[in-house]
Design a protein. Sequence first.
Length: 294
Amino acid sequence: MKTRSKFKIKNLLWATDFSNESKSCLSYIGFFNRKINAKNYAIYVLPKFSDWVYEAAFFSNEDLFKEIEKTKKKSMTKMLSLSRDQKIDFKAKILEGIASEEIVNFADSKKIDIIFAGRRGISELEQILVGSTTSRIIRRSNVPAFVVPKTKRNVSVKKILTPVDFDSSLLSELKYSIILASQLKAKLYVAHISEFFNYRVPVLEKDKLANLINKKIEGVAKEFNFHIENIFHDIGEAAQKIVEISKKEEMDLIVMTSHQRKGVEKFFLGSVTEKVLMASDIPLLIVPSSYSIS
């Protein structure tokens, strides 16, 4: 039985720190606006320092309040100026606090469908031990995050690549990609990477596995009455192969899931998604593994 999901992408959030990568998000938001009827929000988060920082800076309460308000006005002016330049109508807001927490909370409160953020790196060591604001958003967000890298390129989403690993029976990344490709009128390609490495697997067994994978992918697509352009099969280190396929086939966007972690694990990078995020020169749209599409 063919089904048509009621899910539609309607609310977009630009989480900005005014870096060049963050500004690059605007072209993609503009592209989405031309394809779908979206409501746009923009947010900038001022850091909230401890009292001892203010005392060390010799701020009086009155001076501090004036400085904060001055910074807020400057930030709002900058956001609205960029909005006019890109011809995007934003509902803009300035908040104070820890950026990743405020952004995730704001996204939940406004029922945001996609958070747009720049892949703004800090030092390599800090990324490994702590992670940038964008990394924290990916780990904590309940909604997909569209992450834009440094590389300049033509802004278009005509070809989408979605790797699947079948660790989850939900296949949320595939279902989300089908809906996204349908709304953007883009072609969807799927990749499955087997990490056999040096194990010798008979050709017939590989073919049998590929056929089973194809049937499962095509079965999901059929539920949505959608056609997948091609299914790629490869063997090796997953992140490397995904990046290689995206370059060779000239993809515009990669859609992957994030596997949210808790405790000590959340401070260390290393998942396939995070490796692709750091290596890819095209945007990644990262869908939480628990994300529900109805």
